[in-house]
Structures are given as structure tokens and as C-alpha cells.
Design a protein around this ligand. Structure first.
Ligand SMILES: C[S@@+](CC[C@H](N)C(=O)[O-])C[C@H]1O[C@@H](n2cnc3c(N)ncnc32)[C@H](O)[C@@H]1O
Length: 278
């Protein structure tokens, strides 16, 4: 079963390379929706983590390596291990690190089989834990890989009602209007998520309970991303939408006095972060 999911990701990352979708890292001024989302996820994660020198960090399911590369650039003394079971993902992540002349260790392994050579101050993942079927086993394993006082931050995108539900019709319309059908790996219901892989239906509360039950000193959740994904849009239209998203964030920050304007209520959120301290 796991092998089947691996093949889905291999195809997805191979296609990303051929469609120039293999680097979405920006530090400011995002132009497309993926860049906008990841910049905001990365900013929140960077604002939460301990900034101790020489932190040993592991990213699980690193994909393009976007989050680790963002954190490495802002925290140069951190040591990064990036792990993914997709060889294509590891190849892309390596290429992205080389382009910015940053170093890291790349590990091609399945999280279920991974035998770490060291323990970590910080373990992160983005868009991975919702695809893990035996979550209790993996949370326990990750906890054993953490140093004392170590921390985990996981961005999780479960199957849930969110702002996306109001815009699926729009994505369907553009899918049929668009001549070149990009991102074939997206599911044909929302056009916002990877299809053909396991995705959890657990609520953010249920995810949090699983961490709490494993005996972390502290664990909490943060609901994030009140914006829908729009796919198959002409690039100029997508750039315009990103501008609107940015304006909404400014409004949320200054009009509604939100310190972290990407944070939102559970009804609208596309994702949540689980923060757990050992
Ligand atoms: C939705 S992608 C997210 C990629 C990246 N973290 C990002 O946010 O762009 C999920 C990633 O997790 C990896 N993955 C899924 N299951 C895995 C497993 N059991 N072991 C290692 N990597 C896994 C996939 O290959 C894929 O790169």
C-alpha cells in the first residue's frame, strides 16, 4: 500500500520538474498561490520555533525542501536533515539547496523504516501527517527522535470543510476551460489536493489528542490559511488573486488587530499546525 503512494508522489514530483513547479520558495512578494501559502506557513513556523544556535532539525516528507530552505536561510547555524521516500523529491530538494548554496543532509527513506543516526531539537513536516495511516506509531517514533526539550511543528491538511468548499465550482470551471491541463495529480473534486493517496478525515482536535496522549510536556494547535486554492488559472489572473489575498491579510492585521493574520477560525481554515514540546 505504502509503495503505491510512493509511486504517486514519484510521478507528481517528476511532473513538477517538467512544469517548472519544483521551486516555490520566496522570502517576500509571492506571485502565485503556492508561493503565497508557503511563505505564510514558513513565516508562522519560523515565529514559533526556538532560535537556539546549531539546532539539529529534521524535516519529514520534505518534498521540494521549501520549508527547510526558508528556515536555513533565516537561521544559518541550524543543521538540516531532509527526508522523503520519493527519490524525485530528494533530487528536487537537493537542487533547490544547491541553487541557494545552502548545505543539508538528504535522506531517501520511508518514515516507517527510517533509522535516525542522531536525535533532533526540532522536527517539522508540512502536508505529510494527514497521509500517514498509522499515526500513533509515527508520533511515538518522532517523539523518540527528539532531544529532551525538543519541539515538533507539523502543518496538517486533513479532509475537512473549509473556505475551499465555496470555490470548488470555480476550479472545475477553469479546469474545463483551460486548454493545457496542468497539475494532473490534483483531485478532481476540489482541484486543491493530491489525489490517489490516503488522506485523513480526523479533525484538528483529534490530531491534537493523539499528540497529547503520547505524553508531550505541552501540545497545542493553530488553525491557519483562510484562503482557497485556485487552479488552472492564467498566470496574470493568479497574480491578481494573490494581490487580493495580500490585501486581505493587511486588513486582518491592522483592522482586526490580528498579530498573525494567516491564523483563522476552524470553520474556514484549510490547515492546522500542531506544536508539541517534549
Ligand atoms: C503533500 S507532499 C508535501 C511536500 C512538502 N512537505 C511540501 O509541503 O511541499 C507530501 C510529501 O511527503 C512524502 N511522504 C509521504 N509519505 C511518506 C512516508 N511514509 N515517508 C517519507 N515521505 C513520505 C511524499 O513523498 C511527499 O513529498
Amino acid at each position: 500500500m505504502i509503495e503505491k503512494y510512493k509511486n504517486t508522489y514519484e510521478k507528481r514530483w517528476k511532473k513538477s520538474s517538467s512544469e517548472n513547479d519544483d521551486d516555490i520558495l520566496v522570502f517576500q512578494n509571492p506571485e502565485n498561490i503556492s508561493q503565497f501559502f508557503y511563505l505564510n506557513y514558513n513565516k508562522i513556523i519560523n515565529s514559533i520555533i526556538d532560535k537556539k544556535n546549531n539546532n539539529d532539525v529534521l524535516e519529514i516528507g520534505c518534498g521540494r525542501g521549501t520549508a527547510s530552505l526558508y528556515l536555513k536561510t533565516l537561521n544559518p547555524s541550524f543543521n538540516f536533515d531532509l527526508m522523503d521516500f520519493s527519490e524525485n523529491a530528494i533530487r528536487i530538494a537537493k537542487k533547490n539547496f544547491q541553487a541557494l548554496k545552502k548545505d543539508a543532509t538528504f535522506i531517501n527513506s520511508d518514515i516507517y523504516k527510517f533509522k535516525p543516526k542522531k536525535t533532533y531539537d526540532l522536527i517539522i513536516s508540512l502536508g505529510v501527517l494527514e497521509h500517514i495511516e498509522d499515526l500513533d506509531r509515527i508520533i511515538k517514533k518522532m517523539k523518540s527522535m527528539l532531544k529532551k526539550n525538543g519541539m515538533m511543528v507539523h502543518m496538517i491538511v486533513p479532509e475537512k470543510k473549509s473556505i475551499q468548499n465555496y470555490f470548488n465550482w470555480f476550479n472545475k470551471l477553469f479546469y474545463h476551460l483551460s486548454k493545457e491541463k496542468k497539475k494532473e495529480w490534483l483531485d478532481k473534486k476540489t482541484f486543491s489536493k493530491t489525489s490517489d493517496v490516503f488522506r485523513s478525515y480526523m479533525t484538528s482536535h483529534e490530531f491534537l489528542d493523539k499528540f497529547t496522549l503520547q505524553g508531550f510536556l505541552h501540545s497545542s494547535k493553530i488553525e491557519v490559511n483562510p484562503f482557497p486554492t485556485f487552479t488552472n488559472l492564467p498566470l496574470n489572473f493568479e497574480k491578481m488573486i494573490v494581490k487580493v489575498f495580500k490585501i486581505i491579510l493587511v486588513f486582518r492585521k491592522y483592522l482586526f488587530l490580528k498579530k498573525r493574520p494567516f491564523e483563522c477560525s476552524e470553520i474556514f481554515s484549510r490547515a492546522h499546525l500542531i506544536v508539541a514540546k517534549k
